[in-house]
Design a protein. Structure first.
Length: 243
């Protein structure tokens, strides 16, 4: 079993490394579903990890996964920059108007060269997860990240389990969708995956009088942002190691 923790700060990277996570998915803007992190954050994350791999999300904007030629150009540049900065992997995805994997995915995999490449949850809004999985295999992706087309990993477990069966070892299937220590064992048993992905965050108090103007989206009253939850990450990693 492997655990990937979604983080958006150097502090989150430290937490994941300290807990023994196998990977971090390094992002910016998690309140927008995750965006490409800054080059500085990538370099800091790489410099502060020894055992935990750093996989960088490449997503130039919030919204859907149909990208213009200009956006694709930016994404390819960001992949190359992340590779040069020492990232171990790339997390990316694009869907065409018909709901299939966009052919530009070939350029993404090529730009990543020898890095791991994960096709992210764009698979959950494809026309067919099974067909998208076959395409991901043909493009040379290392793994796919999926919640089984549902918000919750347990609700999407039947679809995830079918994708694991359909992949037959040709590609890794990583489960996500509200994964926590409280449901991780059930998720593993229901899906048959060997990889879990979790964005385990907690609200962080803000400076006096700052929350009213600058609080992040969805942050509770009295707080101004979210960051990685050390206790939950440690519990999740320990639980998986125990198996």
């Amino acid at each position: 079993m492997r655990v990937e923790i979604c983080v958006e700060s150097v502090g989150g990277v430290r937490v994941a490394e300290g807990a023994g996570a196998d990977r971090v998915e390094l992002c910016g803007g998690l309140s927008d579903g995750g965006l490409t992190p800054s080059l500085g954050l990538i370099e800091e994350a790489v410099g502060r990890t020894v055992k935990t791999q750093v996989h960088v999300l490449i997503r130039p904007r919030a919204g859907d996964f149909q990208y213009s030629a200009d956006e694709v150009s930016v994404m390819v540049r960001d992949i190359r920059a992340a590779r040069v900065a020492g990232a171990d992997g790339i997390v990316i995805g694009a869907i065409d108007a018909a709901g299939a994997l966009d052919p530009v995915c070939a350029a993404f995999v090529e730009a990543a060269e020898d890095l791991d490449v994960t096709f992210h949850r764009a698979i959950d809004v494809s026309a067919s997860s099974k067909h998208a999985l076959d395409q991901a295999i043909s493009f040379g992706f290392t793994r796919v990240l999926t919640s089984g087309r549902q918000r919750s990993v347990l609700d999407g477990a039947p679809v995830i389990k079918e994708l694991v069966r359909h992949a037959a070892g040709a590609i890794e299937v990583m489960a996500c969708g509200g994964v926590r220590p409280s449901n991780a064992v059930q998720a593993i048993e229901a899906t048959g995956v060997s990889d879990l992905h979790a964005a385990v965050r907690m609200p962080v108090p803000g400076a006096a009088n700052s929350a009213a103007l600058f609080a992040g989206v969805g942050v509770p009253q009295g707080f101004d942002r979210f960051d990685t939850d050390p206790a939950e990450v440690a519990a999740l990693c320990e639980l998986v190691r125990a198996r």
